[in-house]
Design a binder for this molecule. Structure first.
Ligand code: XLS
Ligand code: NI
Ligand code: NI
Length: 436
């Protein structure tokens, strides 16, 4: 039984090919800077958008009615969907996927029934993983859709919601471990507030820290060795999310003594919603040793929410790949397409176009970044800009040979700082353009 009868495995055909169902730049085997493209990216397809996205929005009904999906919340339907998903990922050549518990299996009328459904569908997922060799990048529990989490999950004013969330994460960790998941993600969802008058900020943050420690303890207990990741996002659904950006997450992790157990999963559209660039978020997390994985997508400059579009901006992927190569790659993380086709893109084949485009855009970014690094001028100009720190006074300061008094006496005898040199921003920008 095939769910995508009109699509074969997507081949690499090179930049000249006119075939829309071929890769033009992503060539899994091609080695760039000593590593195959497959290993640079570790691309991952997300189950929630690609197989559960309906096209519904606050103004309109679902538009994406898939032939393999009967629209019911039966376990049979969920199992058929898994088969369609793995056929898609196999044809695409995606080495990884990611899911929320509720994406793959329907919720039952009790916690026990929900857990049972998850076990049944996980059997099919496991079988398909073995058949195709596709692996699990990460699992996560959806702690934001169900009405019981209206006030939050770990940060709810209702202790029962905290307990339900604990049970859900416990189960999801078990399933993630069983499926060989290489990471486990927490995205805050409703962990935040709408109004400070009715919010006990300290208590909510303490409880969130407590919740993460329980997860760490349980992982240890069952021998789950995957990397824990926190995914920053500044707003939506709450007006203030506790995991707003990389800096806020790292501060939270330090404050609650969790930095040994967590890294960050950075998402492009979340970075831009926070008023940062993705490059900023990546650099900031990486320089503190906290970069774990990325959710690849993009927003729309004219829309103020998380539009989760597929990445097609070569500047953006070039920047991302420059930072990733510089910091030695993603380790157990990957490039996870947390992106959805538009509501109007209603054909199953659009799922292929979307992912092919994303993978090709990242491949171009990688090749451009590698060319910039091989050329060396960008790095050289950067080094020149900071030359005063590489010898003489700058290097003495960096080596701890000075204090306020010694620097004062130096400047008293010198009279003033030496003249500044140009920042040459325009030249930097022109140089980058030579490679795009
Ligand atoms: C929502 C988040 C979400 C996480 C997983 O904006 O991006 O999809 O990646 O819960
Ligand atoms: Ni998002
Ligand atoms: Ni995400």
């Amino acid at each position: 039984m095939t769910h995508f009868p009109d699509v074969d495995s997507i081949p690499f055909e090179g930049p000249q090919s006119g075939n829309p169902l071929a890769f033009h730049h992503y060539n899994a085997e091609e080695v760039v800077e000593g590593k195959s493209m497959r290993d640079h990216f570790r691309f991952s397809v997300v189950y929630w958008h690609t197989f559960r996205g309906t096209g519904a929005d606050p103004f309109g009904a679902p538009t994406l009615l898939r032939p393999w999906d009967d629209g019911s919340s039966s376990v049979d339907n969920a199992c058929r969907r898994v088969e369609a998903a793995f056929e898609f990922m196999e044809k695409l050549g995606s080495p990884y996927f990611a899911f929320h518990d509720v994406d793959i299996a329907p919720e039952g009328d009790s916690l026990a029934a929900t857990q049972k459904n998850l076990d049944v569908v996980a059997d099919v997922v496991e079988r398909e993983m073995l058949r195709t060799g596709i692996r699990l990048l990460w699992g996560t529990a959806n702690l934001f859709s169900h009405p019981r989490y209206m006030h939050g999950a770990a940060t709810s004013c209702n202790a029962d919601a905290f307990a339900c969330a604990a049970a859900q994460v416990k189960k999801c960790l078990e399933v993630t471990q069983r499926l060989g998941g290489e990471n486990y993600v927490f995205w805050g969802g409703r962990e935040g507030y709408q109004n400070l008058w009715n919010t006990d900020l300290k208590r909510e943050l303490d409880n969130l820290g407590r919740f993460f420690h329980m997860a760490v303890d349980y992982a240890k207990q069952i021998g789950f060795t995957g990397q824990f990741l926190i995914e920053p996002k500044p707003k939506e659904p709450t007006k203030h999310q506790y995991d707003s950006d990389a800096a806020a997450c790292i501060n939270f992790l330090r404050a609650y003594d969790l930095t040994d157990h967590f890294k960050l999963n950075l998402e492009t559209n979340h970075a831009t919603l926070a008023g940062h660039t993705m490059m900023h978020e990546l650099e900031y997390a990486a320089l503190q040793g906290m970069l774990g994985s990325i959710d690849a997508n993009r927003g729309d400059l004219l829309l103020g929410w998380d539009t989760d579009q597929f990445p097609t901006d070569i500047y953006q992927t070039t920047r991302i790949m420059l930072v990733l190569i510089k910091h030695g790659g993603l380790g157990s993380g990957g490039v996870n397409f947390d992106a959805k086709v538009r509501r109007e893109s209603i054909d199953p084949v659009d799922l292929f176009h979307a992912h092919i485009g994303g993978m090709d855009t990242f491949a171009r970014g990688l090749k451009i970044a590698a060319a910039m690094r091989a050329d060396g001028r960008l790095q050289q100009m950067l080094d020149e800009r900071y030359a005063s720190w590489s010898s003489g006074l700058g290097s003495d300061i960096e080596n701890g040979k000075h204090d306020f008094a010694s620097l004062e006496s130096l400047m008293l005898s010198q009279g003033d700082a030496s003249p500044n040199t140009s920042g040459r921003q325009e030249l930097f920008e022109n140089l980058v353009n030579q490679f795009i």
